[in-house]
Design a protein around this ligand. Sequence first.
Ligand SMILES: [Zn+2]
Length: 478
Amino acid sequence: MSQTQDSSAETSTTKRRTFMAGLGALAGSGALGQTTSARESGSNGTTGRRRNVILTIPDGGSRTHDTAARYLRAYENDASAFPANIEDVELGIDRAEYVGSMSTYPDDPEQLITDSGAAATAMATGQKSYTGAISVDHDGRPIETILERASDAGYATGLVTTTQMTHATPAAFAAHVEDRGQQADIACQYVRQSDVDVFMGGDRSHFRAEERDDGADLIGEARDRGYQYLETASDLESVDDGKVLGLFSETGHFEYAVDRQADDENTQPGLPTMTEAAIDVLEARSEQGFFLLVEGGRIDHAGHANDPAMLPEQLEHDEAVEVAMDYAGDGSGQGNGRGPTDTLVVNVADHETGGLVLGRDSYDMNWEYIAEQSLTQERLASELEDASSQSALASTLEDHTGIDDLSEDDLAELEADPSAIEGRDSVVNRRAGLAWGSDAHTATDVPIYAKGDNAAYFGGHHENDDLFAGLEAALGLR
Ligand SMILES: [Zn+2]
């Protein structure tokens, strides 16, 4: 780390406070490094024990999504023993010691149903705001986030997601803009004003000089500020203990889990891998402990598309929850070999997406079709478009869905319009017995799963802006 960065690090807390008090849209170029001085002094009053909080958000998840993940896991474990083997499944969420529920509506007279920006703002700041807000109030004033509170108190912090790095959910923990669409500003605030130690997500475009209106080379600036810059899963293996900026797609989100697995050339890491890597780095970054946000961000997108590929996405998220639950250990506080540690893991969706229903006007479901769908419906539609004959189309369909008995009429219909393989009335949804009530978010409550230090707080029913106080308490900040 250079001399310049060292001196900026010492004043970072002061600068952030100035930023928090005076920020309108995007403040100037406050050079914020890490809060080295706070970290070394142990100034948050938690002397003796490291404290960690890992907040995992399955974006667009729900109790139904969790049930569906359990069934799919059982089916994949042993199709011949299904459904009797459902009881043998232990998901990451099953390690929770307390389960609660949460309301998700925003503070918005125009919309009862939240978007991810308002939802994450409520969870990150303890204050509900309007849809589209990124941790600002109705007057556009920034509201301090749990990540910023933690960072100022000397904790290391990290944001991990499968969406664009600058997408609403991670952004609401470390940036402040009036509209979630201001992704260029969010990238700028991440690099120039936040104290986040680990960024892992998608989309380099908002960080690249060539693609930014202001021509700022944010990747170069991040390197100057001590970040190791990563672009592929194999880059993750060479991560040292320094700060990390991992941007694993050129533009847009990560590929969906099923599409990633089907593509040998895909170099994006999975969410569990990123979670492990982030924990490793964060552990070494502060003697105090850390705050880490992990978002399974594409569950929501598959929900919008009413695509059964949502289920492998949900399972991948659950594997990341499992990594966090493993890390939290048995509560003895000796899990990581670095001395007494208390870790709180909270898994909670920001809202439900898709109005998912397990069942479709009958008492039967066929999980084989869900288990055998090996591409997203969107990707499958383009494969079907490429099929040169009806028999090629039939074999592509069989390869990627297990469906081998479509009538000639149905095949002819698909041949005429391959996009019929997509959406809520797709053949996989119909055959599997999966129904969807919406192609948008819904207003239903979502479950909270918590384990570890202060987990009891999360039992019972909560508003989404209640989460903040429980996270603060777990970090000894309240
Ligand atoms: Zn969301």
